[in-house]
Design a protein around this ligand. Structure first.
Ligand code: CA
Length: 380
């Protein structure tokens, strides 16, 4: 793997790998699921072995363990008949080379985030997260019932891939800032680490979007190369210690309101599976989705408490005028991307109809409940 490719891959990661981890030399024994421990006496009869390449460092909290869970679940449910070896970023191919590897058959499947493939087709972004887009629950609604999976299947099939959601980080945070954000003026000249479509929004707010891999962020904050950064949420952010350099923590993130991760399977491999095996794969993906959401909820809450109690961090919300501007700009940027080509137009049309429909329900259910619960518990 060429170094240039590795660095590009690492820089593109919105949620995952640190450069150091991605650049790690391949280990002699790639990580596997613990499938052999779970094998039943059936093993050997109809044994199928697959290679799963991920975009994540080995065992990276949350992201890195989702594909392991998927592999273990499939192994258990097939009584040991399907064994999936999980390869961390850089072990088989680089972090963002997994798509091409699966497309050509060099790997059987990947675990990654679809917005990394926006260079292949703009429509892929909609299947991870877009600014002002779906929450994690709304994404499931669109994919399963709103026509999302069908549109995704058509897009992925062009690349010889069948993809499904297999994990979600839940809501990400708005980011860490060195200075308080009181008005739109505070975004003028602000150098913020923010990849992808969210970065374009920051640019149109008057700031400068900087692309950095996870491992590069802390030093950039320390040297003053950047004034702010987004990463994931309290759990993953605390691990990097951003609070020491940029203590103003803003939430929620407008750019990744429920980032969905995905499993992409080589289409020939997918078609070679029995109906039962395909059902097990789908079930294992849903399992990974549910468990990751629970894990992020649990771990984010724990980390938020630690940040507050031990480091005095009190999360804030951007002022209303900032949210209003972010909302207007985000809608423009996403609509521009949605008009890229005929297939993306169909995806955007379906997405925006679903988002505009679901939001009314989410606002009067989750949205209203959370606001009311906060007020009621604080006023006891
Ligand atoms: Ca992020």
């Amino acid at each position: 793997m060429k170094r240039r490719h590795v660095l590009t891959a690492a820089a593109a990661l919105a949620t995952g790998a640190s450069t150091a981890a991605v650049l790690r030399k391949p280990t002699k024994k790639p990580q596997t699921s613990q499938s052999t421990d779970l094998a039943s006496p059936n093993i050997g009869k109809n044994l199928k072995q697959f290679r799963l390449a991920t975009s994540w460092p080995k065992d990276f909290p949350g992201l890195g363990v989702m594909p392991n869970r998927f592999a273990e679940y499939v192994n258990t449910m097939t009584g040991g008949n399907i064994e999936i070896k999980v390869f961390a970023a850089g072990e088989l191919v680089g972090a963002t080379e997994v798509f091409d590897a699966v497309s050509t058959g060099a790997a059987d499947m990947y675990h990654s985030a679809e917005y990394y493939w926006q260079g292949k087709a703009k429509g892929f972004s909609f299947f991870t997260a877009v600014p002002m887009g779906f929450t994690a629950n709304e994404m499931v609604g669109w994919i399963k019932f709103g026509g999302g999976q069908e549109l995704w299947d058509k897009l992925s099939a062009k690349f010889n891939i069948k993809a499904m959601h297999a994990g979600n980080t839940g809501h990400q945070m708005g980011g860490w800032f060195k200075k308080e954000i009181n008005s739109l003026e505070d975004f003028k000249g602000l150098k913020m680490r923010m990849p992808g479509i969210g970065g374009e929004v920051i640019r149109r707010m008057g700031g400068a979007a900087v692309k950095l891999s996870g491992g590069e962020i802390y030093q950039a904050l320390q040297s003053g190369a950047i004034d702010a950064t987004e990463w994931v949420g309290p759990w993953n952010d605390y691990a990097f210690g951003f609070y020491r350099e940029a203590p103003y923590y803003y939430g929620p993130g407008f750019h990744e309101p429920g980032a969905a991760l995905s499993l992409g399977v080589n289409l020939s491999v997918w078609n070679s599976l029995t109906v039962t095996e395909q059902a097990i794969f789908k079930s294992a993906c849903r399992h990974a989705n549910d468990v990751s959401l629970g894990e992020y909820t649990h771990e984010n809450a724990k980390a938020l408490k630690t940040l507050n109690k031990e480091h005095g961090i009190r999360p804030r919300i951007f002022p209303k005028q900032v949210w209003d501007k972010i909302g207007r700009i985000s809608e423009d940027v996403v609509a521009e991307i949605g008009g890229a080509d005929k297939q993306t137009q169909a995806i955007y049309k379906s997405y925006i109809e679903a988002r505009n429909s679901y939001r009314h329900w989410t606002e009067i259910s989750d949205g209203a409940y959370i606001t009311a619960r906060k007020a009621a518990l604080e006023n006891r």
